[in-house]
Ligand binder design. Sequence first.
Ligand SMILES: [Zn+2]
Ligand SMILES: [Zn+2]
Length: 293
Amino acid sequence: MKKTGLLILTLLLFIPTACTKNNGDGSSALRVDKSGNLLGTGDSANDILSNTNFNKLQVEIAYVTGFRPTIQAMADFNDFLREYTFKEDIEIIYTELASPNEESLTLEEIDDLEQENRTAYNTEDTLAIYIYFADAPADGDEEEEGLVTLGAVYRNTSMVIHGITIRRLAARSTIISDGDIEGATLNHEFGHLFGLVNLGTVPVNPDHEDTEAANHCNVEGCLMRAELQFGRVPTAKSRTLMAKSAYEAGIPSGCILSGQMVMGLLHSNTGKAAIVPRLDAECVLDLQSNGGR
Ligand SMILES: [Zn+2]
Ligand SMILES: [Zn+2]
């Protein structure tokens, strides 16, 4: 009896594979194909911006209990996607996760958590993005010195936002809210998934890439104007070395966004209310040259 059952199961498993193969598509419908979500940061810029290969965007917001992003941040993020991409079919799915009970998280640990918890992967016409809202700060934060990491991108469709760090930072300001910082961080990091600056999207005018902070913009007030923060010594050389060692560890990040920088951006031009910075004309031009709106 058991053998017959196994044989039937085997046949059932083979039939759909054979059908799929006839259609010229080698992937099996029974196995999740993750290969399209394991590329480098910026590698899917054109696929996010245009509808050429994927006409739907599915964003999985995986948040630790208590760290679901604010309605304000998600509204800003939604506006941002619709303003700069041609995607009109955008689905946001929320996945609530238990705390990993870590005091801090390295990118390697964040990647492991993604492998365990991510449910959204690319399908034929859907490009899937995974954003993890963590309840633990980034490894290496030095809060007393104001050196904290708010978010990072580490693959073509993967991002982490340190929700706990954002709340601690917002608690120090009477003007700037959780939602302001969350929205700015989310949009800035997503700018890197769009390939900015020179991270998968070739700049139309290369001069606007910051020579000190690679993959960032040097135009005053631009959302992509930010300091990379790799460790304590923020020289161009040490950043390159740190980026190289992170790459050798297998988890390169195009950007680790510091708290100081975001607070600086939100405070600029105003003493009364936070202004979430937008992309400047140079960055918009780059996106338009790579399939963006
Ligand atoms: Zn950045
Ligand atoms: Zn810019």
